[in-house]
Design a protein around this ligand. Structure first.
Ligand SMILES: NC(=O)c1ccc[n+]([C@@H]2O[C@H](COP(=O)([O-])OP(=O)(O)OC[C@H]3O[C@@H](n4cnc5c(N)ncnc54)[C@H](O)[C@@H]3O)[C@@H](O)[C@H]2O)c1
Length: 435
């Protein structure tokens, strides 16, 4: 590894997960099983991917950890918050994502992960009714209590660094309100004034994490860190932020498939995406206000890849629809259908059908590993604010919309951004163009 300014990954890394549900427990179980040599962390870029550094005769293909100092799986300690009090073993069994034979060997470690009381407001997720919830006088008090949790966790577990990641339920849609979310001062005033309508619990977790010197990652489509006030806080505390919404199944396919249509200059007249899903995430998303948050996130993907203003003959007025239907029998095994209506030479229509029988949490778990390890790396490399290089892992990548920036959704451009950032942090030249 080259000598760089990136601080080494010494000591323990505390990964504190908001939500102890299907995704979080599948992630933790996989890390514990991998550490014991009983499973492989398949799908994780930080554990498997190799990228080229150097050129010509000097070129080498290296794992990320041979280019930059990454935390090791053995150095991870997990913490969590949830509105239900069950420990991670009980929650993993309840989620039924993994078979008992893949959970039981690490039962002892999972049982030790007991959720702290959640910073929760039922108005943000009506379908949840757990009682492991903090008693908060105001939103500011909520922040203070979460900050105390982070400090206690760090000290009790001897961690040198903390990363906080949201893998809790999708909250109802909170539209950005410039007067409250536009500046840090306004956000803090709204928290102190206990403005429960505009300050979601997730914003309190993010505020607390950044203030305690921990990067924050938003894995659901919630507005949370996607507001100028949080960017200001991230600048002030010099902490990385990333979001929104883990890019797992259908949107991963979409962001990889749309470039085929775009690069081949085929036309698009419609793209209909529908899903059936039966886990608790599906239950929460069955509530229209919660689904709307997801819908906004999922719809944004195509607009930045197939642009009518660039190719009016090909992409004007295509019809894009996304549906999620709660269907309990399938539990975590989501089935997604995409019907894509395209047109070719002289406008002749064709259809493409994609049927993805995926496992939601199996696809999400490696993203949590990559996002937490890479955010921790970014913090040690002195990178702060929005981490655009992590767009690869996210459905609705953060970008500074106040400066007219656009999200990069094209999977291959995102991959180039990721590789270039790793190269740069490793002291190599960023040598691929993103467009
Ligand atoms: N699995 C995927 O493919 C995928 C992809 C993108 C995003 N996500 C998002 O990840 C999140 C987790 O998904 P899941 O399948 O694990 O859901 P889940 O319902 O199994 O787990 C979420 C947990 O969060 C808890 N929770 C809700 N609000 C909380 C709060 N304020 N504080 C602490 N805990 C809280 C719930 O009690 C629940 O146990 C969801 O928001 C989902 O939309 C998942």
């Amino acid at each position: 590894m080259k000598q760089t300014n990136v601080k080494p990954a010494d000591g323990k890394l505390g990964i504190m997960i908001v939500g102890n549900g299907a995704v979080a427990t599948t992630f933790m179980t996989g890390v514990f099983m991998t550490r014991r040599g009983l499973a492989k962390p398949i799908g994780s870029m930080t554990q498997y991917d190799k990228i080229r550094v150097g050129r010509g005769a000097d070129k080498q293909y290296l794992h990320y950890s041979d280019i930059v100092p990454l935390a090791k799986l053995d150095d991870i300690v997990f913490g969590t918050w949830d509105v239900y009090p069950q420990n991670a073993y009980q929650a993993a069994m309840y989620a039924e994502v993994l078979k008992e034979k893949d959970i039981n060997p690490v039962k002892d470690e999972l049982e030790k992960v007991v959720p702290m009381k959640a910073a929760f407001d039922r108005n943000y997720a009506k379908r949840l009714d757990g009682d492991n919830v903090k008693d908060c006088k105001t939103r500011w008090d909520m922040v203070e209590q979460i900050r105390q949790d982070i400090r206690d966790f760090k000290q009790n577990n001897g961690c040198s660094r903390i990363v906080v990641i949201w893998a809790a339920s999708t909250e109802i849609y909170v539209p950005v309100d410039e007067t409250l979310h536009g500046t840090l001062a306004a956000l803090e005033a709204a928290m102190k004034a206990d403005d429960r309508e505009h300050i979601a619990p997730s914003m309190c977790y993010a505020y607390a994490a950044l203030t305690e010197g921990a990067p924050f990652i938003m894995g659901a489509p919630n507005t949370t860190v996607d507001i100028p006030a949080m960017w200001e806080l991230a600048e002030k505390t010099k902490m990385p932020i990333a979001g929104k919404d883990f890019k797992t199944g259908q949107t991963l396919v979409k962001s990889g498939f749309a470039p085929i249509i775009g690069t081949r200059c085929l036309g698009l007249s419609g793209w209909f995406s529908t899903n059936i899903l039966g886990n608790r995430d599906g239950l929460v998303l069955d509530e229209p206000a919660n689904f709307h948050t997801k819908e906004v996130s999922k719809l944004s993907t195509l607009e930045t890849i197939l642009k009518p203003e660039v190719q009016p003959d090909l992409y004007t007025d295509y019809y894009h629809k996304v549906r999620i239907n709660y269907y309990p029998p399938r539990n975590d095994n989501k089935e997604g259908w995409d019907n894509i209506d395209i047109f070719g030479w002289m406008g002749y229509p064709m259809q493409i059908k994609i049927n993805f029988l995926c496992r939601d949490s199996i696809l999400a778990a490696p993203l949590l590993l990559d996002l937490t390890l890479l955010s921790d790396l970014a913090a040690r490399a002195g990178r702060y604010g929005i981490q655009r290089f992590l767009s690869f892992f996210l459905k609705s990548p953060m970008h500074d919309y106040t400066k007219g920036e656009e999200a990069v959704n094209n999977l291959y451009q995102q991959y180039t951004m990721l590789k270039n950032a790793i190269r740069e942090m490793g002291g190599y030249e960023a040598d691929e163009e993103i467009d």
